[in-house]
Design a protein around this ligand. Structure first.
Ligand code: HEC
Ligand code: HEC
Length: 334
């Protein structure tokens, strides 16, 4: 267990350090005010895409290509920013095998799960990706060159320069909402990585066992790591322990409206005495529907039977994509 937590701390350190570091070439200042001037697309990308496109995942741990690889496949010398934004919008609206440019990635990971994003969100992410250098994993340069069948012997060094060794973030310096969001997103990254990785390597039934046995303890260990209470709660829980209380139900309804309007959700922050509570929605993509979708459509019979036997009281089926499956409910001391 100790080792396990140690491992989590390592992950958090990596995730944390990456998601916060300022693009070196552009923001030289290290004071807090530079966070304010940060491009909005960077945060949106970290919140919406890094679960699967995280630059810190090792080659073996990946569940999707890093963003830098996407950038290199989508942008060449002739690509204008408008072209790039348009092709990102098109992909997000309809990820499919025929239109995919990254054949290797599709073969390895399966086609990207479909999830609705606000057009403005994608526009800002693409704008950021186009104009700024984005983080790349250490292994990337070499791998990319190998893939292109050239440039043996270069690489590596370049990757390192890009800032994998930035100082660790201090979450406590962030605003209350931002800090809660980091707790949620780092937990989501750990859960999401394990879940997608298991589906990709071992199939849905094995992944179901993973969720059944590990989702709760993993979320709990993240609470220990962050010294916060981190919970995933739902109005239609699978595990009765994850049932939302009345306050949480209110926020679930608030977020349902935001998501239905295709707007970008921001965390709800409440201060009570010496504690801060932060709430943030958990939405569905096509991948989730294999275990939370409509029976005999996206949710097959075998999976459903296994769910019923593990969770006789299950309420968490019948979902479509881009629905609020629940919320992160996070409490920490001021
Ligand atoms: C649930 C996991 C997941 C999330 C979240 C996700 N992606 Fe992906 N994405 C993938 C996978 C897996 C691939 C590789 C397979 C493929 O190309 O379809 C991919 C590939 C891509 C590609 C390349 C498509 C191609 O082959 O031409 C683009 C562009 C992309 N993602 C953009 C995004 C953006 C932008 C976000 C955030 C708004 C995002 N993705 C969020 C899993 C995800
Ligand atoms: C392989 C099957 C599987 C997939 C895929 C899956 N889940 Fe779940 N999910 C479960 C199981 C099993 C539980 C109950 C875990 C427990 O006992 O703590 C669960 C629980 C949850 C909970 C906690 C509330 C509750 O109902 O108990 C949320 C929120 C959730 N899932 C959201 C998602 C989202 C969002 C996705 C897609 C990104 C997803 N799940 C994909 C199987 C799955």
């Amino acid at each position: 267990m100790k080792n396990f937590i140690g491992f989590l701390v390592l992950i958090i350190t990596l995730v944390g350090c990456n998601s916060s570091h300022k693009t070196k070439d552009t923001y030289s200042s290290t004071d807090k005010s530079s966070a304010v001037t940060e491009h909005p697309g960077k945060k949106l990308m970290e919140a919406n895409c890094y679960v699967c496109h995280n630059p810190t995942a090792t080659q073996a741990d990946r569940i999707g290509p890093p963003m830098i690889a996407i950038k290199k496949h989508y942008i060449n010398n002739e690509t204008s920013k408008e072209d790039f934004i348009a092709s990102m919008q098109a992909w997000i609206k309809n990820p499919n095998v025929e239109d995919a440019k990254m054949y290797g990635a599709v073969k390895r990971f399966g086609v990207m799960p479909k999830q609705a994003f606000a057009e403005k969100t994608i526009q800002q992410i693409a704008d950021y990706m186009y104009d700024f250098e984005i983080e790349q994993p250490e292994w990337f340069e070499e791998h990319f060159n190998e893939e292109r069948g050239k440039g043996k012997g270069m690489g590596n060094g370049q990757g390192k320069k890009q800032g994998m060794h930035q100082a660790q973030t201090n979450f406590e310096d962030l605003s209350y909402g931002e800090r809660g969001l980091k707790y949620a997103l780092t937990t989501k990254a750990v859960l999401g990585k394990n879940l997608m990785g298991t589906i990709q390597k071992k199939g849905v039934l094995e992944a179901l066992t993973f969720c059944n046995e590990r989702a709760y303890p993993l979320t709990d260990s993240m609470s220990v790591v962050h010294n916060a209470v981190i919970r995933r709660v739902s109005d239609k829980p699978r595990n009765p322990k994850n049932k939302a209380n009345s306050e949480e139900l209110d926020y679930i309804n608030t977020f349902k409206k935001v998501i239905a309007n295709n707007e970008e959700a921001s965390p709800i922050v409440k201060e009570v005495d010496h504690k801060v509570k932060v709430f943030y929605p958990i939405t569905t993509n096509t991948m989730c529907l294999q275990c939370h979708g409509k029976p005999n459509e996206t949710l097959n019979e075998t999976t459903l039977a296994r769910i019923k036997s593990l969770y006789p009281m299950d309420k968490a089926i019948g979902y479509n994509i881009n629905e609020v499956r629940g919320i992160w409910s996070i409490t920490y001391d001021k």
